[in-house]
Write a protein that binds this ligand. Structure first.
Ligand code: ADP
Ligand code: MG
Length: 662
C-alpha cells in the first residue's frame, strides 16, 4: 500500500484510540501533523555537567540519581506542600524542589536516574534547583534518542512523555520519509540555498549538530513564509482583475447613530472612520487592518462601517472568535443601532443555537432579510449564503487562521474587509506580512478612564492582595483571579487552578460566589460560565489563561494575576485590559516573587506603563522578537517556527518567490 503523510497517526505503532485523542487535542491527527510538531527547544546532552560545578543563577541540564525524597508543608503557608528530592552524581549532591505539586511524588523513587533542567538558586544557604523539568531515564529502553545527542524537547501535556514522543517522531520519520516529496520546486530551493524537506525534518527533530538544526530551521521557516504569502499573492492578482463595491458613505443613518451614542467619539476614532469611509467609497475592495489597544473602542468603529454598508443596501458580517463575545457584540450593537433605526435587522449566528433557529437565520441571510449578522466561525459554514454581502469585519483577528479569514470574503463578490487586533505589529512588518493591507491605528483611549492601578505583592503578602479584591467585591464589583499555564504541563496547572479554586471558595472568598473557567472545558461550557459572570450570578472568576479576549464587563474592577512572573509582558497587558472598562477605579494585582532579572523588568514595565504600544516595544526589548512573535500571542498563529522579525530577509525572499510563481 502506498503511504501518505496524511495517514492518521493511529497507524503508527503504539498509538491507541486514547492516545490518538490526546494527540488530536494538540492538533496532531496525521503523520504530517506529527512531523510538523516542532521541538520547543533543544538540550545538548552530548555531555552533562558535574553537580560539583553548578553555579548559582545559571540554568543547566544534569543527569543524576535519586538519593532521597521527602515532602513537607510550608512553614509560612498552610496547605502549601513542598517536595524535595536529593539527587547526586559521582561529584556531589543537590536538592531539587517543587512547590505545591504534591502529585509529583508519585514519579520519584530512590535509585531512579533523572535528567533535570532548571535554574540553580540559593536558598537557606544551600544551592538547589527550583521546579526543574525532568525526565526519567529508563535503563531498559533504548535511550539513543534522549541521551548523547542534541535532544529535542517538545511541549507536551501530562501523560505524554518526552521519551515516548521522540520515539514516535523517529518511527514516523523512518517509515514515511521515503514518501516525502518536496513540494518546493528545485530551482526555488537552489536559488535560496535551502535544504530539502526530508533532511530538514530529520534535523529539526534530531539535529546532527547545531549548524544542521539552523539550516533545517531556515528551510522550514522559508516554507512557512512561502505558504503564507501564496494566497496573498493570489489575492493581489485577483484584486487587480476585479473591482469591489463603491459604497454610499454619506447618509443620515451614520450621523444619527453617532448622535445617539452615549459617548462622544475620540479624535482617533473619528480619524479612523474617515479612513474607512474613503476606502469604502472607492470601487475596489477595502483590506484594512485596524489596530487599537485594549479598550480603545474598536467595536463602535466597526459598527459604523457595517452601517455604511447597510445604508447602501448591502449586508454586513461581523465575525468574532468566541460565542460569548458574539453575544456581547450582538446585544451592544443591537441596542445602539435599534435605538436609531428599528427597521435594521440584526442576526446572531453561533453554533449553539438550535437547528430550527439556524435554518431560520440561514434563510434570512440568504434572502437578504438580515442586514447585519454577528457570529463566530459558524459564519463560514457552507450553508451560510448571503444575498449581497458588502462588508466583513473580523474581530481579534489573531484568533483566526489565514484559512478561516479567507473563507468569509468568499461568500460575497469582493466585499470590503476590516480586520481588527489589539496586538500591535510594527507597520513595516504588517505590510510585508499582509501584503497590500492598509493599516489604521486608534492611538487614544476614551476620556475619563481612570488609569488602572497596577500593584505587585509577594507570595508572602498575598492576603493583602485578596483584601483589596474583597473590598471591591463588597462594593458590588466583580473580580478575576488568573493562574498561569505552562505549556508543557498544562494538565498539572489546571489541577493547580482547580485546587486553588476549591481552596479560595471555602477559604479567603467564602462569602462570595466563585466560578472556575479553563481551556479543558468545552467552548459552550466556557461561554456559559462567562455569561453567568456577566449576569453577576458569579462574583469572582477563577481562570487559567483562557480568560477571553475582548470581554467587556465594566463591573469587573479587579484582576489578580497569580505567579505573574510566568506570564509574558504582552499577555499581562491583555489580561489587565479586562478591567478598567468602566468609570470606577480598577486594580490589576500581580502576585509574584520575581526571581529572574527578566521577570523583574517585565513587572517593572507593567507597573510603569499602561499603553499597549509602549508595552509591546518593551516586550520586544526584553524578550527579543522570537518570543514576542510566539505562535500563540501573535497575529501570526499559523506560523509555527518562522519568525518575521528576525527572519525579515527570508520573508522577503519567500514573498518574491511566491509572487514569481504566481
Ligand atoms: P476594544 O477596542 O478593546 O475592542 P471596545 O470596543 O470593547 O474596546 O470598547 C471598550 C469600551 O469603551 C466599551 O464599553 C465601549 O462602549 C466604550 N467606548 C468606546 N468608544 C468610546 C468613547 N469614545 N468614549 C467613551 N467610551 C467609549
Ligand atoms: Mg474588542
Amino acid at each position: 500500500m502506498e503511504k501518505s503523510l496524511l495517514t492518521p497517526i493511529q497507524y503508527l505503532k503504539g498509538i491507541g484510540p486514547k492516545r490518538a485523542k490526546s494527540f488530536s487535542k494538540l492538533g496532531i491527527n496525521t503523520i504530517e501533523d506529527l512531523l510538523y510538531y516542532f521541538p520547543r527547544r533543544y538540550e545538548d546532552r552530548t555531555k552533562f555537567i558535574s553537580i560539583s560545578k553548578l553555579q548559582e543563577g545559571q540554568t543547566y541540564t544534569i543527569k543524576a540519581q535519586v538519593k532521597a525524597l521527602g515532602e513537607r508543608q510550608s512553614f509560612r503557608r498552610r496547605g502549601f506542600s513542598i517536595i524535595e528530592v536529593a539527587v547526586g552524581d559521582s561529584t556531589g549532591k543537590i536538592f531539587c524542589v517543587w512547590f505545591n505539586q504534591p502529585y509529583l511524588k508519585e514519579y520519584f523513587k530512590v535509585g531512579l536516574t533523572l535528567i533535570l533542567y532548571g535554574r540553580i538558586e540559593r536558598y537557606a544557604g544551600r544551592l538547589q534547583m527550583n521546579s526543574p523539568e525532568f525526565e526519567i531515564v529508563s535503563s531498559k529502553s533504548d535511550e539513543s534518542l534522549s541521551i548523547g545527542r542534541i535532544t529535542p524537547i517538545y511541549s507536551l501535556p501530562q501523560g505524554i512523555t518526552q521519551r515516548y514522543f521522540r520515539k514516535l517522531v523517529k518511527s514516523a520519520l523512518d517509515e514515511y520519509l521515503p514518501e516525502i516529496n518536496d513540494f518546493l520546486p528545485f530551482d526555488i530551493r537552489s536559488r535560496n540555498n535551502l535544504l530539502n524537506l526530508a533532511i530538514s525534518l530529520i534535523n529539526i527533530h534530531f539535529p546532527d549538530n547545531l549548524d544542521m538544526q539552523n539550516e533545517a530551521y531556515r528551510r522550514l521557516s522559508f516554507e512557512e513564509f512561502f505558504l503564507f504569502q501564496l494566497p496573498l499573492a493570489l489575492r493581489k492578482l485577483k484584486k487587480k482583475e476585479k473591482t469591489g463595491i463603491s459604497h454610499k458613505v454619506d447618509g443620515e443613518l451614520i450621523n444619527a447613530f453617532i448622535e445617539g451614542l452615549t459617548f462622544r467619539l475620540t479624535l482617533a476614532q473619528e480619524r479612523v472612520i474617515e479612513e474607512i469611509k474613503s476606502d469604502m467609497a472607492k470601487p475596489h475592495a477595502m483590506q484594512r487592518l485596524l489596530q487599537g489597544d485594549v479598550g480603545s473602542g474598536k467595536t463602535v468603529v466597526a459598527t459604523i462601517a457595517t452601517l455604511i454598508a447597510i445604508q447602501g443596501g448591502h449586508q454586513a458580517a461581523f465575525m468574532v472568535p468566541t460565542e460569548i463575545l458574539a453575544r456581547q457584540h450582538y446585544s451592544v450593537v443591537s441596542r445602539q443601532v435599534l435605538g436609531v433605526r428599528d427597521d435594521i435587522k440584526i442576526g446572531l449566528l453561533i453554533s449553539s443555537i438550535n437547528k430550527k433557529e439556524k435554518e431560520k437565520i440561514y434563510k434570512e441571510i440568504k434572502e437578504g432579510k438580515v442586514d447585519l449578522v454577528i457570529g463566530t466561525h459558524a459564519l463560514i459554514e457552507e450553508s451560510v449564503k448571503f444575498k449581497h454581502l458588502g462588508l466583513i469585519v473580523i474581530d481579534e483577528q489573531h484568533k483566526f487562521g489565514v484559512g478561516q479569514r479567507a473563507l468569509l470574503p468568499a461568500k460575497g463578490t469582493n466585499p470590503d474587509v476590516l480586520i481588527m487586533t489589539a496586538t500591535p505589529i510594527p507597520r513595516t512588518l504588517a505590510i510585508t506580512l499582509y501584503g497590500d493591507l492598509d493599516v489604521s491605528i486608534i492611538n487614544e483611549l476614551p476620556p475619563g478612564r481612570l488609569a488602572i492601578k497596577t500593584m505587585q505583592f509577594s507570595e508572602k503578602n498575598k492576603s493583602q492582595a485578596y483584601e483589596i479584591a474583597k473590598a471591591q467585591l463588597r462594593q458590588g464589583s466583580q473580580a478575576y483571579i488568573v493562574y498561569p499555564v505552562i505549556e508543557e504541563s498544562y494538565a498539572l496547572d489546571i489541577l493547580g487552578a482547580k485546587k486553588m479554586y476549591n481552596q479560595l471558595k471555602s477559604g479567603e472568598f467564602k462569602e462570595f460566589k466563585l466560578g472556575l473557567i479553563h481551556g479543558r472545558l468545552k467552548q459552550s461550557e466556557q461561554d456559559e460560565i462567562m455569561l453567568k459572570f456577566k449576569q453577576k450570578e458569579l462574583e469572582v472568576l477563577v481562570s487559567t489563561t483562557v480568560l477571553e479576549v475582548g470581554i467587556d464587563i465594566a463591573n469587573a474592577t479587579c484582576m489578580i494575576v497569580e505567579s505573574a512572573e510566568r506570564f509574558g509582558l504582552s499577555q499581562l497587558h491583555q489580561l489587565r485590559g479586562r478591567v478598567g472598562r468602566g468609570r470606577q477605579e480598577s486594580f490589576c494585582i500581580l502576585i509574584c516573587d520575581a526571581e529572574t532579572p527578566q521577570a523583574k523588568v517585565r513587572l517593572a514595565a507593567m507597573l510603569k506603563y499602561n499603553d499597549g504600544f509602549r508595552i509591546a516595544e518593551e516586550d520586544l526589548k526584553i524578550r527579543g522578537p522570537g518570543e514576542f512573535f510566539g505562535r500563540r500571542q501573535s497575529g501570526l498563529s499559523e506560523l509555527r517556527i518562522a519568525n518575521p522579525l528576525t527572519q525579515m530577509q527570508l520573508l522577503k525572499k519567500a514573498r518574491e518567490e511566491a509572487g514569481k510563481l504566481i
